[in-house]
Design a protein around this ligand. Structure first.
Ligand code: SF4
Ligand code: SF4
Length: 732
């Protein structure tokens, strides 16, 4: 070993020792913070499916590749990081001797070729990512950036480190080539040979370049170890467990979509017949009341801003960005952690758990952080502003987009639950809706005995469950479908089409109450459970004696469809629920319904969030609107998975939209820009919101917003009077 190698070896060992010591400390700190969360026993089930999903999502980059160029570039960088870690390891042999290499595989041509290819593709990938970050930097002139609010220096730092490590990898090889100590043939390592051709014949060059490469890599490790909230770097490790422990591993996308998690205390679902607010946790009031998976979610955020770029609230000037919400919770959790780890925290009656002695040596900043209310205005020092919390429509665009499977909607609703159930703090205008749900069983407060009014004037009998036994489908009408004037037209259209196709169906009539969706999504789990239990009982009675495959329900409202199909199972109600567009598509495909008349003026289709993103039903409504009706359907730029919310979900239908541009107006402008004269929808709330938007623009005469079922009915029975355009105001 020469004198240069003695120095390079000592320096490499020293910086590595410091970096590893700091990294171990950082991992212990992160583990301790994540362990502060509540139990989540269900996250350990089905390890086989979890492992498979984790491998598919990471190795295949299935979620990242939804954004083609970024996804591909990131894939090369990820593979580069994993495979080229071997080259960092090899550098430790090279600081000792410039001709050194990895034992066994170090001189194998296949290894030389593979690492050469990955180095070149990694270089291209990181340069692409650097250009994308620069072109989308928040400070660029004009436009909103998905990186707004991201810690930009951290992104640049990580990218430069990757670039430099790759460059120094090539330099090491180049010096070996230049000194004739490189064993791989030129055909397998052409770039290394090209670099070597321009480098001097310096015998210590490889050792010095290896030292610099190690120093760069260890600087990265030191910096991220000193910044445990640096998700842009830590996600390289945390993404694996975060994907492994996602809510529903079998779901290919959007694990945190569809059903909401039940309200839990100590990891167990709460039953309101036994729950006690002095003993049980009602929602989330403090950051440590999220589950450990929640805290892992917050730690894993890469700050990529994909969620932010799709969020309807953020895109219409509201203060909510799902990314900033996650970052606020992450920063708060880590800043509060010393206090919690010292034994601090509030019990369920609000009393401090720690003794004076336990908190005596705590950093004043940690104590100040502990005093912050989780939900509160800037003046109150809150972590999350109430306007942020209540701006969410639960549309799921953030969950759909997140490459590391963060479950934003669950976290938002958990915080709402505490605000509603314990603090009674929510937008006051929604109080009327909640009172109506409790007292009348529907959000509009309409009399229960008018639930069947929509059947009046139909030229056939609509049977009730109990009057007939041999029905195939129970037609779940929903509150909007029964009481809201526009939605009633959809209900009538569906019933007419089912009757026309010879489908045996029956309704519950006055036996039906609200599915509970708005109560659950505003956070009132108590009212949700009350309504849901009542409905589950009624439905179980209606289907008594039938097995699950014969307990079929058709619903016109995607919110009811989602709640009955995905959430009633949590309360003992197992049903086969279809959306009316699915059933109608089947009836058209099997020739039971035949569209004969096309629609004039072009059609565009708006995907409802709770049908599309939350339940991945994109094809059925488009099939109903198929060639014979709509000709070439004109898609809006934001469609299918990337559809833009109408603004009504998450109980926002019953809240005023006081901040920013109205979401429905934004969507209507997009729909109108297609030039289509018909905007087809598959949800009564979307219908209301988009109709309001069209009318607000004074375009009610030119553009019609109408349910897919009504479009089909017009085509199947063009001679039948359709009852005019669906532009009536909310009734009931
Ligand atoms: S669910 Fe929709 S509105 Fe809510 S934060 Fe996510 S993207 Fe935004
Ligand atoms: S998409 Fe996921 S990882 Fe990216 S900023 Fe949003 S929450 Fe973080």
């Amino acid at each position: 070993m020469g004198s240069v190698q003695i120095v390079t070896t000592i320096l490499a060992a020293a910086i590595t020792a410091v970096a590893v010591w700091l990294a171990v400390r950082a991992v212990m700190k992160m583990t301790a913070v994540i362990r502060l969360g509540q139990p989540a026993p269900e996250r350990s089930s089905d390890k086989g499916a979890r492992t498979k999903t984790m491998l598919v999502e990471t190795a295949g980059h299935t979620r990242m590749l939804k954004w083609g160029v970024v996804g591909a570039a990131h894939w090369f960088v990820m593979v580069g990081f994993i495979v080229l870690s071997l080259l960092v390891l090899e550098a430790y042999f090279e600081v000792v001797t410039p001709t050194g290499g990895l034992p066994i595989i170090g001189h194998w041509t296949v290894f030389g070729l593979a690492t050469e290819i990955i180095t070149v593709l990694g270089l291209i990938g990181i340069l692409v990512l650097m250009v994308i970050r620069l072109r989308n930097r928040p400070t660029r002139p004009g436009g909103r950036s998905r990186f707004t609010g991201s810690t930009m220096w951290q992104g640049y730092f990580v990218e430069w480190i990757v670039l430099l490590v790759l460059i120094f990898g090539l330099l090491i090889r180049g010096f070996k080539v230049a000194t004739d100590h490189f064993e791989y043939p030129p055909w397998a390592t052409p770039v290394s040979h090209a670099v070597g051709a321009v480098l001097p014949d310096w015998s210590d060059g490889a050792s010095v370049a290896a030292l610099i490469k190690i120093a760069i890599s260890m600087t990265w490790l030191i910096v991220i170890s000193l910044n445990v909230t640096m998700g842009v770097a830590w996600h390289r490790f945390l993404a694996f467990p975060n994907i492994f422990f996602k809510r529903e591993p079998a779901k290919p996308a959007g694990s945190g979509l569809g059903a909401l998690r039940p309200m839990t205390s100590q990891g167990k679902p709460l039953d309101f017949e036994e729950a006690d607010p002095e003993k049980d946790q009602f929602g989330v009031a403090h950051v440590e009341q999220f589950s450990w998976k929640g805290l892992l979610d917050f730690s894993t955020c890469t700050e990529c801003g994909r969620c932010q770029s799709q969020c309807p609230a953020w895109n219409t000037g509201k203060p909510l960005s799902p990314k900033l919400l996650v970052l606020s919770l992450r920063d708060h959790a880590y800043a509060k952690a010393p206090y919690l780890l010292a034994g601090g925290g509030k019990d369920l009656t609000g009393e401090e758990k720690a003794t004076q002695a336990q908190l005596a040596h705590l950093d004043v900043l940690a104590l100040a952080e502990a005093d912050k209310p989780l939900i509160g205005t800037a003046e109150e020092g809150g972590v999350i502003d109430p306007d942020v919390l209540w701006s969410c429509t639960t549309c799921g665009a953030c969950v759909e987009q997140c490459p590391v499977d963060i479950e934003h909607v669950d976290h938002i609703v958990d915080m709402r639950r505490y605000q509603v159930l314990i603090e009674s703090s929510f937008p006051s205008e929604a109080g009327v809706m909640l009172r109506n749900l409790e007292n009348k069983g529907n959000p509009w407060g309409a009399p229960q005995n008018t639930r069947e009014d929509w059947t009046k004037g139909l030229d056939f009998e609509v049977p009730r469950v109990g009057e007939v036994d041999d029905f195939e489908y129970l037609f779940w009408v929903g509150c909007a479908g029964a009481f809201e004037d526009r939605a009633k037209k959809t209900t009538r259209a569906v019933a007419t089409l089912l009757n026309e196709a010879g489908v045996k169906f029956a309704i519950l009539g006055e036996g039906e109450t609200c599915s509970g969706d708005p109560a659950r999504r505003i956070g009132n789990e108590f009212v949700f459970q009350m309504l849901a239990q009542q409905n589950v009982e009624t439905l179980n009675e209606a289907f008594e004696g039938r097995d699950k495959t014969k307990r079929k329900i058709v619903a016109t409202c995607p919110h009811c469809f989602n709640t009955l199909g995905n959430e009633y199972g949590q309360l003992g109600g197992e049903f086969e629920v279809v959306h009316h567009t699915q059933l109608l598509a089947h009836l058209v495909a099997t020739g039971k319904l035949t569209p004969v008349q096309p629609v004039d003026g072009g059609v565009t289709y708006h995907d409802p969030c709770y049908l599309g993103r939350h339940n991945r039903i994109f094809a059925a409504p488009r099939e109903v609107l198929g060639d014979s009706i709509a000709g070439d359907l004109t898609e809006m730029p934001r469609n299918s998975e990337r559809s833009f919310c109408c603004g009504a979900g998450g109980a926002r239908m019953w809240m005023e939209e006081k901040i920013g541009k109205r979401i429905n107006v934004d969507r209507v402008e997009e729909a109108m820009a297609t030039g289509a004269k018909t905007v087809a929808v598959g949800c009564p709330f979307c219908s209301t919101m988009l109709n309001d938007g069209v009318n607000g623009k004074g375009a009610g005469e030119q553009v019609e917003v109408i349910d897919v079922a009504s479009v089909l009915l017009r085509s199947v029975k063009p001679e039948q009077p359709q009852g005019g355009k669906e532009t009536a105001p909310i009734g009931g």
